[in-house]
Write a protein that binds this ligand. Structure first.
Ligand code: DX5
Ligand code: ZN
Length: 230
């Protein structure tokens, strides 16, 4: 629990899904050294999305490292029956769970369970789901994640219509609730996504699919840094 304690006003979150898994700890260490604090961990079950991604075993390996650097793990559960997986996420060092409204028939119960396990709680909605449905499901959550791709894998283009959806979401949520965006966030799209109202910006391929992830992370942060008033 504690998004408003962990996360700065704006966070660029490296999405581990796009990492080089033969060098995962090393890459995360470089990113932590470059200032990354919130790491996005994508769990896919081969059912809610066609892809199987990473899960508790990987989380258990990396969470001591990430916590040792003062970081946190934000778990995006692209799975059916998400509540079945909250306990494993908590036990293996996850700090927060975000579940899809399309996969959950009782969001208040899911949020209460996350709280009971000491986890942060987020609600995420797909491009085909209405903003209003997501807002209705989000009462008591820390964040709402607006997908700007169809969830599944890294490297897809940003869907431009997500900008209006982010802005509408921001206007409907209480101020203390964070707005996250995930999918196709890169040098050209991060500024518009931030301007539309997102403050947690997930980036997979834009961070990892190049020779220097730490430099790529810094450039993304630079693109959304607010000018110092003087
Ligand atoms: C995919 C995941 C994303 C993914 C984003 O469905 O939820 O977090 O890693 O990758 P990019 O930033 O490349 O779209
Ligand atoms: Zn994700």
């Amino acid at each position: 629990m504690g998004w408003n304690r962990w996360a700065r006003r704006v966070e660029v979150e490296p999405s581990l899904y796009a990492a080089d898994f033969s060098r995962l700890g090393e890459q995360l260490g470089e990113l932590a050294g470059a200032g990354a604090r919130v790491f996005h961990f994508d769990v896919g079950d081969g059912h809610f999305i066609p892809e199987i991604t990473i899960g508790p075993i990987v989380l258990a390996s990396i969470s001591p490292l990430v916590h040792g650097w003062g970081g946190v793990l934000d778990c995006h559960l692209m799975v059916s029956e998400p509540e079945r997986h909250f306990e494993a996420a908590a036990k293996t060092g996850g700090d927060s769970v975000t579940f899809h409204v399309e996969a959950c028939d009782d969001p208040p119960r899911a949020i209460a369970l996350a709280r009971k396990l000491g986890l942060g709680a987020g609600v995420v909605f797909n491009p085909g789901t209405s903003v209003e449905d997501a807002v209705r499901a989000s009462e008591g959550a820390d964040l709402v994640l607006c997908m700007s791709i169809h969830p599944g894998y890294s490297g897809q283009p940003f869907m431009p219509e997500a900008l209006d959806r982010i802005a509408r979401l921001r206007s409907l949520l209480p101020d203390e609730m964070r707005v996250q965006v995930d999918g196709g966030v890169h040098a050209e799209t991060i500024g518009p996504a931030r301007a539309a109202g997102a403050d947690l910006l997930v980036a997979g391929s834009a961070v990892f699919w190049n020779d220097a992830p730490a430099a790529a992370y810094r450039a993304l942060v630079g693109a959304v840094s607010e000018p110092v008033r003087g």
